[in-house]
Design a protein around this ligand. Structure first.
Ligand code: AP5
Length: 221
C-alpha cells in the first residue's frame, strides 16, 4: 500500500501519519522530518536545506527526490508506505511516478486533509515538537503532561522557527500555488483522492481516515 498524505501546513499530516503507521505497521516517509534530521546531524543536505526551510520555501526538487529514492530503496517490498509532505510539486509527483515502479510499487490513494487558514495558523502557533522522538504536541489542543517536556522521552520541547506567524502565512501561499494543484493531477489520473475534513477533533479525523481507507481501499482495520 502506498498512500500520499496531502494538505496544507498544520492540517495534521504528521499527527495522523504517525497514527496510521502505528495502526497499520506502515512506514512513514516524512520529508520535513528527514530534512530536520539532516540539519541536526549537520549533513551537507541539511546545510543546503536550511535557508529554504527557515523562510518557508520549498527545498529544490532534485534534493528531495534523491532523499526519497534513497529511503524507498531500503524498505522491504511488502511494507506499506505513507508519504507525508511529499510530493509537493508537479515535478516531484512525476519523479515519484517514475521511481515507484523501480521498486515494484504504485500510488494507491491520496488522502487530502483540509481546514480553513485561520485554524491552521492557530494550530501552528501552538505546535511544540520533540527534537528527539519527534512526537508532536499543541499547547491549545494536545498539551504534554508537564509543560515544555516530552511525555515519551523527557526531552525539552521546541517551537519550529517556520511556525512564526509571517512564515506560516508564506507557507500557506506556497502550498496554494505549488502543492494544491497536485489534487487535479491525481484526480485527472487514475489515483483515488480521498477527501477528509481536517477541522474537527483529532480523534474524529483519525476515525474518518480509517473508515475511508477500509471502505475505499479495503484496508483491514
Ligand atoms: P513539513 O515539516 O512537511 O511541514 P508542513 O507540510 O508545512 O506541515 P507541518 O509539519 O507544518 O504540518 P502537519 O500537517 O504535519 O501538521 P501537524 O500534524 O504537525 O515541511 C517543513 C519544510 O521542509 C517545508 O516548508 C519545506 O521547506 C521543506 N520540505 C519538506 N518536504 C518538502 C518537499 N517535499 N519538497 C520541498 N520542500 C520540502 O499538526 C500541526 C499542529 O496541530 C500540531 O500541534 C498538532 O498537535 C495540532 N493538530 C493536529 N491535528 C489537530 C486537530 N484535529 N485538532 C487540533 N489540533 C490538531
Amino acid at each position: 500500500m502506498v498512500i500520499i498524505l496531502l494538505g496544507p501546513p498544520g492540517v495534521g499530516k504528521g499527527t495522523q501519519g504517525a497514527l496510521l503507521t502505528e495502526s497499520f505497521g506502515w512506514e512513514r516517509i516524512a520529508t520535513g522530518d528527514l530534512l530536520r534530521g539532516a540539519r541536526r546531524d549537520g549533513t551537507e543536505l541539511g546545510r543546503q536545506a536550511q535557508s529554504y526551510m527557515d523562510a518557508g520555501n520549498l527545498v529544490p526538487d532534485e534534493l528531495i527526490v534523491a532523499l526519497v529514492r534513497e529511503h524507498l530503496k531500503k524498505l522491504p517490498p511488502e511494507r506499506g508506505v505513507v508519504f507525508d509532505g511529499f510530493p509537493r510539486t508537479l515535478a516531484q509527483a512525476e519523479a515519484l511516478d517514475q521511481v515507484l515502479p523501480e521498486v515494484g510499487r504504485k500510488v494507491d490513494a491520496v488522502l487530502l486533509l483540509e481546514a480553513p487558514a485561520d485554524v491552521l495558523v492557530k494550530r501552528l502557533s501552538g505546535r511544540r515538537s520533540c527534537p528527539q522522538c519527534e512526537r508532536i504536541y499543541n499547547i491549545h489542543f494536545d498539551p504534554p503532561v508537564t509543560e515544555g517536556t516530552c511525555d515519551e522521552c523527557g526531552a525539552r520541547l521546541i517551537q519550529r522557527k517556520d511556525d512564526l506567524p509571517d512564515t506560516v502565512r508564506h507557507r500557506l501561499s506556497v502550498y496554494r500555488d505549488q502543492t494544491r494543484p497536485l489534487v487535479t493531477h491525481y484526480e485527472e489520473g487514475s489515483t483515488p483522492v480521498l477527501r477528509i475534513e481536517g477541522d474537527r477533533k483529532l480523534e474524529h479525523v483519525t476515525r474518518a481516515i480509517r473508515r475511508s481507507l477500509v471502505k475505499q481501499l479495503g484496508v483491514e482495520a
